[in-house]
Design a protein around this ligand. Sequence first.
Ligand code: SF4
Ligand code: SF4
Length: 286
Amino acid sequence: MLLRLQIHKLLNGYRHPFSIDLETNASCTRKCSYCPTDPKNKTQLDMPTIRSVVDQLREWKFKGIIYPSSYNEPLADKRIVSILEHICKNLPEARVSVNTNGDLLTSELVGKLNDIGVASFNVSLHEPLSPQPEKRLRLISAMYSNVYLVDMRDGRRLFSLFNRAGSVDVGPIKKLPGCFMVDRMTIRADGNVVLCCNDYRKEVILGNVKETSLREIWNEPEYRKLRRRIWFGRYELPICKRCGHEARPNTKLFKDIQSVSSYGQKRMEPVYTPASKRDRSLAPQR
Ligand code: SF4
Ligand code: SF4
């Protein structure tokens, strides 16, 4: 246990979150059965608040990962290019990784965002997905070494699904022995900072970035203690008691790994990867 605590401190030292989920808009182009997202929710985080978050992260010397998403499709936000440009310009030591369902992803957009400084793209393949978008996404992934495909379709997943803290039914669940999701800070499109990326219903609101600084929210003493308890698997909150990931063993795991790696070997040389970004790619997170 002591070793885990040391590793935890080493990773984030409780100074700042390991990563930030910044949900700039709340809508999505899809409605997946294993996700509670409401595609009709048009809430957007306003630009002054986004700029303020970025300023605070710069002052905080934030060097972690920024995902411009939570329960949404980030590329559906018409402001996304300028938002990412602002983040990359002002937080050069952070790594920006775009989690997307790929519906609006084009090779031109990847090129543009690579130029801006985005480190990687994690593209989830969801059902229903007709052959055409998948072909397009596979082509884009072959063109760019920092575009990863994550197959979320039934029976083809490398990872089991979370039940989104009880928001969706994924069948029997398993509990995590300890939860490091609390090392991330999740900022929703209305400015609320919630417990973790699984808190879709905003059951545990720790503050709002329109009213309270990130540092104050993160360092609030009770929240720090709560994080530590959750990290060690002490699930006292109702939301944590309900939370888990699907228990179904993924019997196709080995096959999936093989198909992913054999596909990876067939990749063409990237059309464009900025030299400064080549060592900044991230493992898929979605
Ligand atoms: S899983 Fe992703 S693509 Fe599907 S509805 Fe949720 S946010 Fe949208
Ligand atoms: S156990 Fe609690 S903190 Fe961890 S992912 Fe589930 S709801 Fe979030």
